[in-house]
Design a protein around this ligand. Structure first.
Ligand code: CP3
Length: 355
């Protein structure tokens, strides 16, 4: 029996169907800008404990929805759960970011990796999804996610965040065969992981290709897009009588949207550096678009936030197929009051584009 959603604007817009107003959610909507998140994080003891305790992951997933009329929830987790399950040993170091105890840098280390089993190795994620679905009770859809193979590879090879990506790009140029092997294992892992998330109850999935934009056009196609396409082609796109929209987000991928649209995804996430109306002209009616307010707009006054929201709506223009979002994650320093201004502005100003 298919479960019905009370608010399905996000799903409808992702599939380019008619909506009354433009749906909106925010990347990193459950996070440190919320005092209640910081409180739960403290109680959890560590970021990983928070991710691995379904009751706490559920609690923080729901926190932004209690404050704002968001049109979707996103699972609280992290893209680095897969390398963690592969045995790399993930730690989140304050002021530094994620770090792996055992990065993979040699052909031998790459060959030794195996695909994690989603239910036994990442069961905490599936348990969180089942709990969140129960608590949401059909109010809004739940988005599941994974990192792209390339983006996960950057963290696994560098061992943590990087500015220049010398190790991972060096490996790509010097030993493309090993790099393709790594990306293949990651793609297979992500396919199983996202299909398990869908079976557990997520109603849309998003792939975060945060570091696709550091590649040349040719290497983006070979080392990132090719593997995202493989994932898109093997996801269960129908579940429980509903279509599961698939969103691909390559940060810095504005020049490549036409290629990204050919993967068969339903929607493309767009960062703030490119005008969303121009992107819409380029992709035509192939896909929906998600984005793309500059996250730094939320540092400004309510008047400026409203103007900038209006400008993004106007750039996209009339008609369906727009999911409003920031062009990347919300910053931890943002005042939660400004988020309310942003979310309300999208709903209040977008009705005229859907008549
Ligand atoms: O969007 C959401 O609200 C859902 C939760 C979510 C997190 N990470 C929680 C998180 C999602 C979707 C992610 C994805 C993620 N994780 C990405 C891709 C999205 C993007 O932002 O480009 C990446 C690159 C990561 C890897 C990662 N995890 C980094 C670089 C960091 C540290 C950066 C930082 O903000 O400190 C994390 C930790 C992390 N993941 C935090 C949160 C809320 C901060 C943890 C904390 O200190 O409480």
């Amino acid at each position: 029996m298919a479960s019905e959603l009370k608010n399905d604007r996000f799903i409808r817009a992702s599939l380019r169907q008619a909506v009354d107003v433009t749906p909106v959610w925010m990347m990193r909507q459950a996070g440190r800008y919320l005092p209640e998140y910081r409180e739960t994080r403290k109680r959890a003891g560590s970021f990983l404990n928070l991710c691995k305790t379904p009751e706490l992951a559920c609690e923080v997933t729901l926190q932004p929805l209690k404050r704002y009329p968001l049109d979707a929830a996103i699972l609280f987790s992290d893209i680095l759960t897969i390398p963690d399950a592969m045995g790399l040993g993930l730690n989140l170091v304050e002021e530094v970011g994620p770090q792996f105890d055992s990065p993979v840098r040699t052909a031998g280390e790459i060959k030794a990796l195996s695909v994690p089993d989603p239910e036994s190795d990442l069961g905490y994620v599936m348990n969180a999804i089942r709990l969140i679905r129960k608590e949401l009770d059909g109010s809004v859809p739940l988005i599941g996610f994974a990192g792209s193979p390339w983006t996960l590879a950057t963290y696994m090879v560098e061992g943590g965040p990087s500015k220049e990506f010398g190790l991972v790009k060096g490996l790509m140029y010097d030993d493309p065969e090993s790099m393709h092997h790594l990306l293949g294992v990651l793609a297979d892992s992500i396919i199983l992981y996202l299909n398990a998330q869908i079976a557990a109850g997520v109603q849309a999935v998003m792939i975060f290709d945060t570091w696709g934009g550091i590649l040349t056009t040719t290497s983006f196609q070979q080392f990132s897009l090719h593997y995202m396409q493989k994932i898109v082609s093997q996801l269960n796109r129908q579940y429980d009588g509903h279509v599961i929209p698939v969103i691909l987000f390559t940060k810095g991928g504005g020049d490549w949207v036409k290629d990204i649209a050919t993967t068969g995804c339903d929607a493309i996430g767009v960062d703030w550096t490119k005008n969303i109306g121009i992107v819409r002209k380029e992709v035509g009616d192939q896909v929906a678009l998600q984005g793309n307010l500059d996250p730094c707009v939320l540092y400004a006054s309510p008047e400026v936030i409203q103007q900038e929201v209006a400008a993004v709506l106007e750039s996209y223009g009339r008609g369906h197929g727009h999911v409003f979002n920031l062009g990347h994650g919300i910053h931890p320093q943002i005042d939660p009051e400004n988020v309310a201004v942003f979310i309300n502005a999208v709903h209040e100003l977008s009705g005229q584009y859907h008549i």
